[in-house]
Design a protein around this ligand. Structure first.
Ligand code: ADP
Ligand code: ZN
Length: 615
């Protein structure tokens, strides 16, 4: 009986806090079991994707447990963001790192020692300081959290020596639970983390890497500028990242977009620290809509309302692609990931890879590139391919949110045409490059053809019915599908791989994926949005402007005032009382008290102006 009462009072506290403090009605997958484990004083190790809601897993127990929850986090920018976010929900939070002035640091210490902090974010290097460790013995610590826990592993992609200081955390806090979180950890890295931290019989969670609110789309890259402008026009006023490979292309694209009136800013390692920081800040605060960046951009960005990520160039690996696209849609609202793909990009990347001196590095880079190429050029669901990469099997036949599953591409059998190209390669003894092979098939009457007597070949002119672009693309496709290969060197020639022989013998056929109809892509772009409840766009915009004003006054990013999800819900259900406002996702008691009346005023005014639009 006592057990039952205990259980129901824990449940009440759990769901009560979830709603009152965070404004959420339900837990996201795995959150509840993690929170319960921590409340049971159990250690936790969790791998959850970006946007999975890791913060809540420790912030909620931090509110419930007596004492201070200490969070070790590697990035100063993230700490500030997390603290601002927690404070906006009324949680007593602070951080300690090198960016603080001495008096600010003293004030945080004072709060900590007087037990008036729920959450304290600290940088890992603090743990080398004896005075800090001694001080920890004098305060009540409720739990210790290691954020970005993969940083402790040398096997991971982001090893940080400072994290080595955390290996005796468990000894330092023998009586409190230790929870480690990360968004990326292969099984090997996971093993290493568990080993280094010596967690005590921890609850281990490996969440699915699927990001259901992300739409994946690969487009044939023809004229990047025109294509980018057209995509941005469909996303006016929305927040997005455009990734490019080189600093120069970042500068060029950003200048091109600015000249066309888009609020775009560049970001790359060649800019001064000040410039980079300013541009990042403007993006985070929604003062710029688009950031055009090299992969230097993204670490330490918690901005939850990024609605699109465009790769204007080929990413280096599937892992990079997943991380970079993963920055979209943290708030759980629909977001689009578009990759522009041209076979020409492959040779550019190949050029850099070929120049690598370290043989193992070179092999690894090549392997990573070939996986990206196959992701972009096959007709398999993009989501399935991504998840496959992480060793996860996607259960559904059709994900309904990628270009392949929506069927705007069609698979075309091009075995006959491939045979023409392959036979031209064979008949010229694999000694010529792509251009010349195309000229043969097209029946071009040029000097080189005549010099070699290639106008007498059987395949000369067999492909007249198609244009040059078609044949070039088909060669690219055969390269991508590993039917043929290009030799290295200054004048690369084409040669056959085993699959080519099978095609020539009619033993296997070859398919290519083709975009069926261009116009459909625009329709496709809005599929995810249209699956949701309809929202009043005009009201949404008004609320967004208000959100930005409030954020500006408070010196925090707009998404920390209200997420896009909260605004979207308001513009769908039109809450007109404080009580109705509390039913909106992301609005807890503190946010309601602080901001509710301003939003209610706008909604009520909107309803009286447009009574016909009120649901
Ligand atoms: P992560 O750190 O795992 O990338 P965050 O903790 O930043 O993810 O959470 C991502 C977003 O999801 C935030 O906007 C957060 O408010 C929201 N969120 C977290 N938990 C829930 C929940 N139970 N219901 C709805 N939204 C949630
Ligand atoms: Zn799919």
């Amino acid at each position: 009986m006592v057990g039952e009462t205990m259980k129901s009072s824990i449940n009440a506290a759990l769901f009560g806090t979830l709603h009152k403090v965070f404004g959420f009605r339900e837990f996201r997958p795995n959150q509840e079991s993690i929170v319960r484990a921590i409340l049971d004083k159990k250690d936790v190790f969790a791998v959850m994707p970006t946007g999975g809601g890791k913060s809540l897993c420790y912030q909620l127990p931090a509110v419930l447990l007596p004492g201070t929850c200490m969070v070790i986090s590697p990035l100063i920018s993230l700490m500030k963001d997390q603290v601002d976010g927690a404070r906006a929900n009324g949680i007593r939070a602070a951080f300690l790192n090198s960016s603080l002035l001495p008096e600010e640091r003293d004030s945080v210490m004072h709060d900590l020692l007087s037990n008036s902090l729920d959450l304290l974010y600290v940088a890992p290097e603090r743990f080398t300081l004896d005075y800090f460790r001694e001080m920890l013995c004098r305060v009540q610590i409720s739990m210790a959290v290691i954020d970005e826990a993969h940083c402790i592993s040398e096997w991971g992609h982001d090893f940080r020596p400072d994290y080595q200081n955390l290996s005796d955390l468990v000894t330092l806090f023998p009586d409190v639970p230790v929870a480690a979180f990360t968004a990326t950890a292969t099984h090997m890295v996971q093993h290493d983390i568990l080993d280094k931290l010596a967690l005590r019989n921890p609850l281990i969670i490996r969440a699915s890497f699927d990001r259901p609110n992300l739409f994946y789309d690969v487009r044939f890259k023809e004229n990047t500028d025109v294509q980018l402008v057209s995509l941005l026009k469909q996303n006016t006023g929305k927040s997005g990242i455009i990734y490019r490979t080189s600093r120069k292309s970042v500068d060029d694209t950003s200048a091109m977009l600015s000249a066309k009136g888009f609020r775009a800013l560049p970001y790359h390692a060649g800019l001064s620290d000040g410039n980079r920081k300013r541009n990042q800040e403007a993006f985070i605060r929604d003062e710029a809509d688009v950031i055009v960046a090299t992969i230097a951009f993204g670490m330490g960005i918690d901005k939850s309302n990024i609605r699109f990520v465009i790769h204007a160039d080929l990413p280096k690996s599937i892992e990079n692609y997943y991380q970079e696209t993963g920055r979209a849609g943290r708030d759980g609202e629909a977001a689009h990931c578009t990759l522009f793909f041209a076979q020409g990009d492959i040779s550019k990347l190949r050029f850099f890879i070929d120049a690598m001196l370290d043989e193992t590095e070179r092999k690894r880079a090549l392997d990573a590139l070939s996986k990206v190429i196959s992701f972009a050029s096959t007709s398999v669901c993009r989501r399935r391919t991504l998840l496959d990469y992480f060793g996860e099997h996607y259960q559904h036949e059709n994900c309904s949110s990628c270009d392949i599953c929506l069927g705007t591409r069609e698979v075309v059998d091009c075995t006959r045409d491939a045979q023409m190209l392959l036979s031209a390669i064979v008949r010229t003894e694999e000694r010529f490059g792509a251009m010349h092979i195309v000229d043969i098939v097209l029946g071009s009457n040029n000097q080189k053809i005549r010099d070699f007597g290639h106008d007498r070949l059987k395949t000369f002119g067999v492909g007249k019915g198609r244009n040059k672009k078609y044949w070039r693309q088909l060669i690219d496709e055969l390269l991508a599908q590993k039917v043929i290969e290009k030799s290295e060197g200054f004048y690369p020639t084409l040669f056959l791989l085993p699959k080519a022989v099978q095609i020539l013998k009619d033993e296997v056929s070859i398919d290519i994926v083709r975009v069926v109809e261009k116009k459909k892509e625009n329709k496709l772009y809005h599929t995810l949005e249209s699956q949701k409840a309809p929202c009043d766009q005009e009201l949404f915009e008004l609320l967004r402007v208000l959100c930005k004003q409030i954020a500006q006054e408070q010196g925090i990013p707009p998404y920390l005032v209200f997420s896009d999800r909260s605004l979207h819900e308001m513009a769908t259900i039109f809450p007109r009382t404080a009580e109705a406002m509390l039913s909106v996702s992301g609005i807890g008691e503190v946010k309601l008290r602080r901001y509710g009346r301003y939003f209610l005023r706008i909604i009520n005014r909107y309803c009286s102006t447009y009574p016909e639009r009120t649901p």
